[in-house]
Design a protein around this ligand. Structure first.
Ligand code: NAI
Length: 484
Protein backbone atom coordinates (compact mmCIF):
# COMPACT_ATOMS: atom_id res chain seq x y z
CA UNK A 1 0.00 0.00 0.00
CA UNK A 2 1.34 3.42 -0.96
CA UNK A 3 0.76 6.05 1.75
CA UNK A 4 -0.30 9.57 0.75
CA UNK A 5 -1.23 12.68 2.77
CA UNK A 6 -4.82 13.89 2.50
CA UNK A 7 -6.16 17.30 3.58
CA UNK A 8 -9.91 17.58 3.14
CA UNK A 9 -9.92 21.39 3.11
CA UNK A 10 -12.62 23.95 3.87
CA UNK A 11 -16.13 24.70 2.52
CA UNK A 12 -17.18 21.95 0.10
CA UNK A 13 -13.74 20.31 0.54
CA UNK A 14 -14.76 17.58 3.04
CA UNK A 15 -17.93 16.70 1.04
CA UNK A 16 -16.16 16.24 -2.29
CA UNK A 17 -13.09 14.59 -0.74
CA UNK A 18 -15.28 12.02 1.08
CA UNK A 19 -17.06 11.30 -2.21
CA UNK A 20 -13.77 10.78 -4.08
CA UNK A 21 -12.21 8.64 -1.34
CA UNK A 22 -15.33 6.44 -1.28
CA UNK A 23 -14.92 5.88 -5.03
CA UNK A 24 -11.21 5.05 -4.52
CA UNK A 25 -12.03 2.74 -1.61
CA UNK A 26 -14.69 0.83 -3.55
CA UNK A 27 -12.35 0.62 -6.59
CA UNK A 28 -9.77 -1.00 -4.27
CA UNK A 29 -7.11 1.57 -5.13
CA UNK A 30 -3.98 0.42 -3.25
CA UNK A 31 -3.58 3.65 -1.28
CA UNK A 32 -3.47 4.37 2.44
CA UNK A 33 -4.56 7.87 3.46
CA UNK A 34 -2.87 9.83 6.25
CA UNK A 35 -5.10 12.80 7.13
CA UNK A 36 -3.18 16.01 7.83
CA UNK A 37 -4.31 19.24 9.51
CA UNK A 38 -4.37 22.07 6.95
CA UNK A 39 -6.81 24.82 6.15
CA UNK A 40 -8.58 27.85 7.54
CA UNK A 41 -9.46 26.12 10.79
CA UNK A 42 -5.74 25.50 11.33
CA UNK A 43 -5.05 29.24 10.78
CA UNK A 44 -7.76 29.95 13.33
CA UNK A 45 -5.92 27.74 15.83
CA UNK A 46 -2.93 30.09 15.49
CA UNK A 47 -0.75 28.35 12.86
CA UNK A 48 0.15 31.22 10.54
CA UNK A 49 0.98 29.10 7.49
CA UNK A 50 -2.29 27.18 7.77
CA UNK A 51 -0.76 23.81 8.63
CA UNK A 52 0.53 22.14 11.77
CA UNK A 53 4.24 21.17 11.99
CA UNK A 54 3.11 17.51 12.01
CA UNK A 55 1.19 18.04 8.76
CA UNK A 56 4.27 19.60 7.12
CA UNK A 57 6.46 16.70 8.29
CA UNK A 58 4.00 14.05 7.06
CA UNK A 59 3.69 15.66 3.62
CA UNK A 60 7.50 15.92 3.32
CA UNK A 61 7.86 12.27 4.37
CA UNK A 62 5.21 10.95 1.98
CA UNK A 63 5.82 13.23 -1.03
CA UNK A 64 2.19 13.33 -2.18
CA UNK A 65 -0.57 15.61 -0.94
CA UNK A 66 -4.14 15.15 -2.17
CA UNK A 67 -6.00 18.23 -1.04
CA UNK A 68 -9.43 19.81 -1.05
CA UNK A 69 -9.83 23.56 -1.58
CA UNK A 70 -8.77 25.83 1.27
CA UNK A 71 -9.85 29.27 2.34
CA UNK A 72 -7.37 32.01 3.12
CA UNK A 73 -8.58 34.18 6.05
CA UNK A 74 -9.25 37.69 4.77
CA UNK A 75 -7.68 40.86 6.14
CA UNK A 76 -5.28 39.20 8.57
CA UNK A 77 -2.18 39.77 6.43
CA UNK A 78 -1.72 35.99 5.99
CA UNK A 79 -0.67 34.60 2.61
CA UNK A 80 -2.78 32.02 0.76
CA UNK A 81 -2.12 28.51 2.09
CA UNK A 82 -2.49 27.14 -1.44
CA UNK A 83 0.20 29.42 -2.82
CA UNK A 84 2.42 28.90 0.25
CA UNK A 85 2.22 25.11 -0.13
CA UNK A 86 3.11 25.26 -3.85
CA UNK A 87 6.06 27.58 -3.18
CA UNK A 88 7.39 25.94 -0.01
CA UNK A 89 7.71 22.59 -1.75
CA UNK A 90 8.77 24.00 -5.11
CA UNK A 91 5.96 22.44 -7.11
CA UNK A 92 7.16 24.37 -10.12
CA UNK A 93 4.75 23.06 -12.75
CA UNK A 94 0.99 23.39 -12.53
CA UNK A 95 -0.69 21.03 -14.98
CA UNK A 96 -4.32 21.51 -15.89
CA UNK A 97 -5.96 19.30 -18.48
CA UNK A 98 -9.15 20.42 -20.17
CA UNK A 99 -11.06 17.84 -22.18
CA UNK A 100 -14.45 17.59 -23.78
CA UNK A 101 -16.57 15.35 -21.55
CA UNK A 102 -19.66 13.70 -23.03
CA UNK A 103 -22.68 14.67 -21.00
CA UNK A 104 -21.22 18.08 -20.27
CA UNK A 105 -22.70 20.34 -22.93
CA UNK A 106 -20.75 23.35 -24.12
CA UNK A 107 -20.94 25.44 -27.28
CA UNK A 108 -17.99 23.42 -28.62
CA UNK A 109 -19.40 19.99 -27.80
CA UNK A 110 -22.66 21.01 -29.50
CA UNK A 111 -20.69 22.15 -32.57
CA UNK A 112 -18.77 18.85 -32.62
CA UNK A 113 -15.42 20.52 -31.87
CA UNK A 114 -13.39 18.31 -29.50
CA UNK A 115 -11.12 19.96 -26.94
CA UNK A 116 -8.04 18.41 -25.37
CA UNK A 117 -5.76 21.18 -24.12
CA UNK A 118 -3.20 20.88 -21.34
CA UNK A 119 -2.04 24.12 -19.78
CA UNK A 120 1.34 24.01 -18.03
CA UNK A 121 1.68 27.04 -15.80
CA UNK A 122 4.88 28.08 -14.05
CA UNK A 123 3.90 27.90 -10.42
CA UNK A 124 6.47 29.68 -8.26
CA UNK A 125 7.81 32.85 -9.85
CA UNK A 126 6.39 35.94 -11.56
CA UNK A 127 4.37 38.41 -9.47
CA UNK A 128 3.33 35.48 -7.23
CA UNK A 129 6.44 36.15 -5.16
CA UNK A 130 4.15 38.82 -3.72
CA UNK A 131 7.13 41.19 -3.33
CA UNK A 132 5.34 44.53 -3.33
CA UNK A 133 6.02 47.98 -1.93
CA UNK A 134 4.39 51.38 -1.77
CA UNK A 135 7.11 53.72 -3.12
CA UNK A 136 5.15 56.87 -2.34
CA UNK A 137 1.62 57.35 -0.97
CA UNK A 138 0.43 57.16 -4.58
CA UNK A 139 2.70 54.61 -6.21
CA UNK A 140 2.82 50.84 -5.65
CA UNK A 141 5.46 48.54 -7.12
CA UNK A 142 5.34 44.78 -7.65
CA UNK A 143 8.48 42.85 -8.51
CA UNK A 144 8.19 40.21 -11.16
CA UNK A 145 10.80 37.47 -10.98
CA UNK A 146 11.38 35.33 -14.06
CA UNK A 147 14.54 33.24 -13.72
CA UNK A 148 16.42 31.11 -16.21
CA UNK A 149 16.62 27.96 -14.01
CA UNK A 150 12.99 28.41 -12.88
CA UNK A 151 11.80 28.71 -16.48
CA UNK A 152 13.99 25.79 -17.55
CA UNK A 153 12.46 23.48 -14.91
CA UNK A 154 8.86 24.07 -15.97
CA UNK A 155 9.50 24.22 -19.72
CA UNK A 156 11.47 20.96 -19.67
CA UNK A 157 8.61 19.34 -17.75
CA UNK A 158 6.12 20.65 -20.33
CA UNK A 159 8.09 19.19 -23.24
CA UNK A 160 8.53 15.82 -21.50
CA UNK A 161 4.82 15.70 -20.74
CA UNK A 162 3.92 16.69 -24.31
CA UNK A 163 6.13 13.87 -25.60
CA UNK A 164 4.54 11.31 -23.25
CA UNK A 165 1.02 12.30 -24.23
CA UNK A 166 1.98 12.10 -27.94
CA UNK A 167 1.15 15.75 -28.43
CA UNK A 168 1.72 17.22 -31.87
CA UNK A 169 2.15 20.83 -30.85
CA UNK A 170 3.54 22.76 -27.89
CA UNK A 171 2.92 26.49 -27.69
CA UNK A 172 4.52 29.13 -25.48
CA UNK A 173 2.10 31.91 -24.47
CA UNK A 174 3.84 35.18 -23.52
CA UNK A 175 3.92 38.95 -23.70
CA UNK A 176 7.55 39.32 -24.77
CA UNK A 177 6.66 42.14 -27.15
CA UNK A 178 6.10 44.34 -24.08
CA UNK A 179 8.00 42.60 -21.26
CA UNK A 180 11.07 42.06 -23.38
CA UNK A 181 13.41 41.09 -20.56
CA UNK A 182 11.19 38.92 -18.32
CA UNK A 183 8.91 37.23 -20.86
CA UNK A 184 11.80 37.49 -23.34
CA UNK A 185 13.85 35.23 -21.04
CA UNK A 186 11.00 32.70 -20.70
CA UNK A 187 10.58 32.59 -24.49
CA UNK A 188 14.32 32.27 -25.06
CA UNK A 189 14.46 29.26 -22.70
CA UNK A 190 11.41 27.74 -24.47
CA UNK A 191 13.19 27.73 -27.83
CA UNK A 192 16.45 26.47 -26.25
CA UNK A 193 14.57 23.44 -24.84
CA UNK A 194 12.61 23.00 -28.10
CA UNK A 195 15.86 22.12 -29.91
CA UNK A 196 15.92 18.81 -27.98
CA UNK A 197 12.40 17.88 -29.17
CA UNK A 198 12.45 18.14 -32.99
CA UNK A 199 9.50 15.73 -33.25
CA UNK A 200 7.19 18.31 -31.61
CA UNK A 201 5.92 21.38 -33.41
CA UNK A 202 7.00 24.24 -31.14
CA UNK A 203 5.67 27.74 -31.59
CA UNK A 204 4.75 30.83 -29.62
CA UNK A 205 1.70 33.07 -29.51
CA UNK A 206 1.30 36.42 -27.74
CA UNK A 207 -1.03 35.84 -24.82
CA UNK A 208 -3.88 38.16 -25.85
CA UNK A 209 -3.92 36.58 -29.31
CA UNK A 210 -3.74 33.16 -27.63
CA UNK A 211 -6.92 33.92 -25.64
CA UNK A 212 -8.74 34.92 -28.81
CA UNK A 213 -7.53 31.82 -30.66
CA UNK A 214 -8.42 29.52 -27.74
CA UNK A 215 -12.04 30.66 -27.76
CA UNK A 216 -12.34 30.47 -31.55
CA UNK A 217 -10.25 27.36 -32.37
CA UNK A 218 -9.53 25.47 -29.12
CA UNK A 219 -8.99 22.26 -31.09
CA UNK A 220 -5.89 23.82 -32.69
CA UNK A 221 -4.01 23.65 -29.37
CA UNK A 222 -2.44 20.74 -27.58
CA UNK A 223 0.02 21.75 -24.82
CA UNK A 224 0.41 25.40 -23.82
CA UNK A 225 3.13 26.59 -21.43
CA UNK A 226 3.01 30.01 -19.76
CA UNK A 227 4.39 32.10 -16.92
CA UNK A 228 2.48 32.13 -13.64
CA UNK A 229 -0.08 34.97 -13.90
CA UNK A 230 -0.78 34.52 -17.61
CA UNK A 231 -1.09 30.76 -17.00
CA UNK A 232 -3.55 31.38 -14.18
CA UNK A 233 -5.83 33.45 -16.41
CA UNK A 234 -5.52 31.25 -19.51
CA UNK A 235 -6.26 28.09 -17.53
CA UNK A 236 -9.51 29.51 -16.14
CA UNK A 237 -10.43 30.53 -19.69
CA UNK A 238 -9.86 26.90 -20.76
CA UNK A 239 -11.99 25.67 -17.84
CA UNK A 240 -14.83 27.74 -19.30
CA UNK A 241 -14.36 26.04 -22.68
CA UNK A 242 -15.05 22.57 -21.28
CA UNK A 243 -17.94 23.39 -18.96
CA UNK A 244 -16.60 25.36 -16.01
CA UNK A 245 -14.61 24.95 -12.83
CA UNK A 246 -16.44 21.75 -11.86
CA UNK A 247 -14.40 19.93 -14.56
CA UNK A 248 -10.94 21.44 -14.08
CA UNK A 249 -8.38 19.20 -12.36
CA UNK A 250 -4.85 20.23 -11.49
CA UNK A 251 -1.53 18.76 -10.48
CA UNK A 252 1.29 20.75 -8.89
CA UNK A 253 4.45 18.90 -9.82
CA UNK A 254 7.77 19.22 -8.03
CA UNK A 255 10.87 17.04 -8.00
CA UNK A 256 10.20 15.89 -4.44
CA UNK A 257 6.63 16.73 -3.50
CA UNK A 258 3.49 16.86 -5.68
CA UNK A 259 0.10 18.30 -4.80
CA UNK A 260 -3.11 17.20 -6.53
CA UNK A 261 -6.20 19.41 -6.19
CA UNK A 262 -9.18 20.80 -8.10
CA UNK A 263 -8.83 24.26 -9.67
CA UNK A 264 -11.97 25.58 -7.96
CA UNK A 265 -12.20 27.03 -4.47
CA UNK A 266 -14.23 26.24 -1.36
CA UNK A 267 -17.56 27.35 -2.92
CA UNK A 268 -18.86 28.85 0.37
CA UNK A 269 -22.25 29.56 -1.27
CA UNK A 270 -23.05 25.84 -1.52
CA UNK A 271 -20.92 24.40 1.32
CA UNK A 272 -22.56 21.97 3.74
CA UNK A 273 -25.46 21.18 1.38
CA UNK A 274 -24.02 18.03 -0.22
CA UNK A 275 -24.71 19.39 -3.71
CA UNK A 276 -21.16 20.17 -4.95
CA UNK A 277 -19.77 18.52 -8.05
CA UNK A 278 -16.85 16.23 -7.12
CA UNK A 279 -15.70 15.70 -10.75
CA UNK A 280 -12.76 18.15 -10.73
CA UNK A 281 -11.35 16.63 -7.55
CA UNK A 282 -11.97 13.12 -8.90
CA UNK A 283 -10.13 13.98 -12.15
CA UNK A 284 -7.26 15.42 -10.04
CA UNK A 285 -7.21 12.15 -8.06
CA UNK A 286 -7.17 10.13 -11.29
CA UNK A 287 -4.17 12.21 -12.42
CA UNK A 288 -2.53 11.37 -9.10
CA UNK A 289 -3.13 7.64 -9.66
CA UNK A 290 -1.42 7.90 -13.06
CA UNK A 291 1.45 9.81 -11.47
CA UNK A 292 1.85 7.01 -8.93
CA UNK A 293 1.73 4.38 -11.66
CA UNK A 294 -1.69 2.93 -10.67
CA UNK A 295 -2.76 2.91 -14.31
CA UNK A 296 -5.44 0.21 -14.09
CA UNK A 297 -7.26 1.98 -11.26
CA UNK A 298 -6.97 5.31 -13.11
CA UNK A 299 -8.38 3.92 -16.37
CA UNK A 300 -11.22 2.00 -14.75
CA UNK A 301 -12.39 4.91 -12.54
CA UNK A 302 -12.14 7.40 -15.40
CA UNK A 303 -14.18 5.16 -17.69
CA UNK A 304 -16.94 4.79 -15.11
CA UNK A 305 -16.95 8.58 -14.58
CA UNK A 306 -17.24 9.14 -18.37
CA UNK A 307 -19.99 6.50 -18.61
CA UNK A 308 -21.89 8.15 -15.73
CA UNK A 309 -21.67 11.57 -17.41
CA UNK A 310 -22.85 10.03 -20.70
CA UNK A 311 -25.90 8.66 -18.88
CA UNK A 312 -26.86 12.26 -18.14
CA UNK A 313 -26.34 11.89 -14.38
CA UNK A 314 -25.36 15.27 -13.05
CA UNK A 315 -25.08 17.53 -10.03
CA UNK A 316 -26.92 20.85 -10.01
CA UNK A 317 -24.15 22.95 -11.57
CA UNK A 318 -24.25 21.30 -15.04
CA UNK A 319 -26.06 18.96 -17.36
CA UNK A 320 -29.55 18.59 -18.76
CA UNK A 321 -31.82 20.72 -16.57
CA UNK A 322 -34.86 18.64 -17.62
CA UNK A 323 -33.36 15.69 -15.69
CA UNK A 324 -33.29 16.05 -11.90
CA UNK A 325 -29.87 16.69 -10.36
CA UNK A 326 -28.37 14.23 -7.89
CA UNK A 327 -26.43 15.20 -4.78
CA UNK A 328 -22.69 14.71 -4.22
CA UNK A 329 -23.06 11.36 -2.46
CA UNK A 330 -25.42 9.93 -5.08
CA UNK A 331 -23.19 11.14 -7.90
CA UNK A 332 -20.30 9.19 -6.32
CA UNK A 333 -22.59 6.14 -5.83
CA UNK A 334 -23.57 6.26 -9.52
CA UNK A 335 -19.89 6.17 -10.51
CA UNK A 336 -19.30 3.21 -8.18
CA UNK A 337 -22.34 1.38 -9.62
CA UNK A 338 -20.90 1.92 -13.10
CA UNK A 339 -17.52 0.32 -12.39
CA UNK A 340 -16.58 -1.88 -15.35
CA UNK A 341 -18.75 0.02 -17.84
CA UNK A 342 -17.21 1.56 -20.96
CA UNK A 343 -18.27 4.98 -22.24
CA UNK A 344 -19.34 5.13 -25.88
CA UNK A 345 -16.91 7.93 -26.63
CA UNK A 346 -13.44 8.72 -25.39
CA UNK A 347 -12.92 5.48 -23.44
CA UNK A 348 -9.50 5.26 -21.82
CA UNK A 349 -7.33 2.21 -22.34
CA UNK A 350 -4.08 1.17 -20.75
CA UNK A 351 -2.46 1.43 -24.16
CA UNK A 352 -3.15 5.10 -24.76
CA UNK A 353 -2.12 5.98 -21.23
CA UNK A 354 1.37 7.26 -20.61
CA UNK A 355 2.98 5.64 -17.57
CA UNK A 356 4.76 7.96 -15.16
CA UNK A 357 7.26 6.71 -12.65
CA UNK A 358 7.26 8.59 -9.44
CA UNK A 359 10.47 9.19 -7.57
CA UNK A 360 10.47 10.57 -4.07
CA UNK A 361 13.58 11.21 -2.06
CA UNK A 362 14.31 13.41 0.91
CA UNK A 363 16.77 16.29 0.60
CA UNK A 364 19.54 16.83 3.14
CA UNK A 365 20.11 20.33 1.86
CA UNK A 366 18.80 22.33 -1.04
CA UNK A 367 21.11 22.81 -3.99
CA UNK A 368 21.35 26.23 -5.61
CA UNK A 369 19.54 26.53 -8.94
CA UNK A 370 22.06 28.41 -11.02
CA UNK A 371 22.98 28.56 -14.70
CA UNK A 372 26.64 28.66 -15.57
CA UNK A 373 27.90 32.20 -15.98
CA UNK A 374 28.93 32.41 -19.59
CA UNK A 375 29.29 36.15 -20.07
CA UNK A 376 31.21 38.92 -18.35
CA UNK A 377 29.15 41.30 -16.27
CA UNK A 378 29.71 45.07 -15.94
CA UNK A 379 27.90 47.79 -13.98
CA UNK A 380 27.42 50.69 -16.39
CA UNK A 381 24.85 52.79 -14.57
CA UNK A 382 22.04 53.00 -12.08
CA UNK A 383 18.32 53.76 -11.95
CA UNK A 384 17.09 55.68 -8.90
CA UNK A 385 13.38 55.74 -8.22
CA UNK A 386 12.78 59.04 -6.43
CA UNK A 387 9.78 60.75 -4.90
CA UNK A 388 9.15 64.28 -6.16
CA UNK A 389 6.23 66.50 -7.09
CA UNK A 390 8.39 68.85 -9.13
CA UNK A 391 8.44 69.18 -12.93
CA UNK A 392 11.00 67.09 -14.89
CA UNK A 393 13.20 70.07 -15.80
CA UNK A 394 13.62 71.00 -12.11
CA UNK A 395 14.51 67.43 -11.24
CA UNK A 396 17.00 67.28 -14.10
CA UNK A 397 18.69 70.50 -12.97
CA UNK A 398 19.14 69.09 -9.47
CA UNK A 399 20.29 65.66 -10.72
CA UNK A 400 22.88 67.18 -13.04
CA UNK A 401 24.51 68.81 -10.00
CA UNK A 402 25.03 65.37 -8.44
CA UNK A 403 26.36 63.55 -11.52
CA UNK A 404 30.01 64.43 -10.71
CA UNK A 405 32.87 63.15 -12.86
CA UNK A 406 31.78 59.53 -13.20
CA UNK A 407 28.11 59.78 -14.20
CA UNK A 408 25.98 61.42 -16.84
CA UNK A 409 22.22 61.87 -16.51
CA UNK A 410 20.68 59.93 -19.40
CA UNK A 411 16.99 60.02 -18.95
CA UNK A 412 14.12 60.76 -16.57
CA UNK A 413 10.92 58.78 -16.87
CA UNK A 414 7.57 58.72 -15.12
CA UNK A 415 5.60 55.45 -15.09
CA UNK A 416 8.03 54.19 -17.76
CA UNK A 417 7.52 57.09 -20.20
CA UNK A 418 10.43 59.42 -20.92
CA UNK A 419 9.81 62.98 -19.70
CA UNK A 420 13.37 64.34 -19.97
CA UNK A 421 15.42 65.25 -22.05
CA UNK A 422 12.40 65.09 -24.36
CA UNK A 423 8.80 64.49 -23.50
CA UNK A 424 5.34 65.95 -23.76
CA UNK A 425 3.40 68.19 -21.39
CA UNK A 426 0.47 65.87 -22.09
CA UNK A 427 2.13 62.92 -20.32
CA UNK A 428 0.35 62.57 -16.98
CA UNK A 429 2.80 62.61 -14.08
CA UNK A 430 2.72 60.92 -10.67
CA UNK A 431 5.04 61.83 -7.79
CA UNK A 432 7.57 59.14 -8.56
CA UNK A 433 10.29 59.39 -11.19
CA UNK A 434 13.02 57.11 -12.43
CA UNK A 435 16.27 58.99 -12.96
CA UNK A 436 18.84 57.08 -14.96
CA UNK A 437 22.57 57.70 -14.69
CA UNK A 438 25.17 55.96 -16.81
CA UNK A 439 28.97 55.97 -16.57
CA UNK A 440 30.50 58.89 -18.45
CA UNK A 441 32.50 56.99 -21.07
CA UNK A 442 31.02 53.50 -20.62
CA UNK A 443 33.83 52.58 -18.22
CA UNK A 444 32.65 49.94 -15.77
CA UNK A 445 31.53 51.29 -12.41
CA UNK A 446 31.99 49.94 -8.90
CA UNK A 447 29.19 49.59 -6.37
CA UNK A 448 31.01 52.24 -4.30
CA UNK A 449 30.61 54.74 -7.18
CA UNK A 450 26.89 54.07 -7.18
CA UNK A 451 26.69 54.45 -3.39
CA UNK A 452 28.53 57.78 -3.60
CA UNK A 453 25.92 59.04 -6.08
CA UNK A 454 23.14 57.62 -3.86
CA UNK A 455 24.39 59.58 -0.83
CA UNK A 456 24.79 62.78 -2.84
CA UNK A 457 21.34 62.53 -4.49
CA UNK A 458 19.62 61.73 -1.20
CA UNK A 459 20.44 65.33 -0.11
CA UNK A 460 17.78 66.48 -2.62
CA UNK A 461 15.36 63.56 -2.95
CA UNK A 462 13.82 60.65 -1.11
CA UNK A 463 15.17 57.61 -2.98
CA UNK A 464 12.50 54.89 -2.84
CA UNK A 465 14.39 52.19 -4.69
CA UNK A 466 17.37 51.65 -6.98
CA UNK A 467 18.54 49.14 -9.61
CA UNK A 468 21.98 48.61 -11.09
CA UNK A 469 22.24 48.82 -14.88
CA UNK A 470 24.20 45.80 -16.06
CA UNK A 471 25.87 44.83 -19.28
CA UNK A 472 25.89 41.01 -19.66
CA UNK A 473 28.45 40.29 -22.38
CA UNK A 474 27.54 42.95 -24.91
CA UNK A 475 23.83 42.80 -24.07
CA UNK A 476 22.07 45.59 -22.17
CA UNK A 477 20.31 43.86 -19.25
CA UNK A 478 17.68 46.56 -18.61
CA UNK A 479 14.77 48.08 -20.45
CA UNK A 480 14.65 51.47 -22.11
CA UNK A 481 11.97 53.98 -21.20
CA UNK A 482 9.18 54.54 -23.73
CA UNK A 483 10.50 57.19 -26.06
CA UNK A 484 14.15 56.78 -24.97
P1 NAI B 1 -14.95 29.10 -5.99
O1 NAI B 1 -14.26 28.28 -7.01
O2 NAI B 1 -14.97 28.55 -4.61
O3 NAI B 1 -16.48 29.36 -6.44
C1 NAI B 1 -16.83 30.02 -7.66
C2 NAI B 1 -18.24 29.58 -8.09
O4 NAI B 1 -18.15 28.24 -8.61
C3 NAI B 1 -19.25 29.52 -6.94
O5 NAI B 1 -20.50 29.90 -7.42
C4 NAI B 1 -19.28 28.05 -6.54
O6 NAI B 1 -20.49 27.63 -5.98
C5 NAI B 1 -19.01 27.35 -7.87
N1 NAI B 1 -18.28 26.08 -7.67
C6 NAI B 1 -16.95 25.94 -7.38
N2 NAI B 1 -16.66 24.65 -7.24
C7 NAI B 1 -17.79 23.95 -7.45
C8 NAI B 1 -18.10 22.57 -7.44
N3 NAI B 1 -17.19 21.63 -7.20
N4 NAI B 1 -19.38 22.21 -7.67
C9 NAI B 1 -20.32 23.14 -7.94
N5 NAI B 1 -20.09 24.46 -7.98
C10 NAI B 1 -18.84 24.86 -7.74
O7 NAI B 1 -14.25 30.54 -6.00
P2 NAI B 1 -14.35 31.76 -4.98
O8 NAI B 1 -15.76 31.93 -4.51
O9 NAI B 1 -13.68 32.87 -5.65
O10 NAI B 1 -13.43 31.36 -3.74
C11 NAI B 1 -13.93 30.85 -2.51
C12 NAI B 1 -12.76 30.53 -1.59
O11 NAI B 1 -11.95 29.50 -2.13
C13 NAI B 1 -11.81 31.71 -1.31
O12 NAI B 1 -11.51 31.71 0.09
C14 NAI B 1 -10.59 31.38 -2.11
O13 NAI B 1 -9.42 31.90 -1.52
C15 NAI B 1 -10.58 29.86 -2.07
N6 NAI B 1 -9.89 29.23 -3.20
C16 NAI B 1 -9.11 28.15 -2.93
C17 NAI B 1 -8.48 27.49 -3.96
C18 NAI B 1 -7.66 26.27 -3.62
O14 NAI B 1 -7.76 25.74 -2.53
N7 NAI B 1 -6.83 25.78 -4.55
C19 NAI B 1 -8.59 27.92 -5.36
C20 NAI B 1 -9.49 29.03 -5.54
C21 NAI B 1 -10.10 29.67 -4.49
Amino acid sequence: MRKIAVAKGDGIGPEIMDAVLKIFYDAKVPLEYVTVEMGKWVFDKGFNNGMTPEAKQTIEDLGILFKGPMETPKGKGVKSINVTARKTWNTYANIRTFQTLHGVDTVFSKAGIPIDVTVVRENIEDTYGGVEHMLTHDVALSRRFITRPGSLQVIKYAFEMAKKKNAKRITCGHKANIMKITDGLFLEVFYEVAKDYPELRSDDVIVDDLCMKLVTRPDAFDVVVLTNLQGDIVSDLCAGLVGGLGFAPSANIGDHICIFEAVHGTAPDIAGKNIANPTALLLSGIGMLRHLGFMESAVSIENSLLYTLEQGIHTGDFGDKSKPAVNTTDFAKAIINNFGKQPEQGAKTLLNDAPVTETHFRLEKNSMMESKESESEKIIGVDFFIESNEQPITIATKCLRHAGVKFKLINISNRGTQVWPTGSVYTNLVNQYNVRFESIDDTPLKQQDVLGLYVSLSGDFKICSSELLLLLGDKRAYSLAQGQ
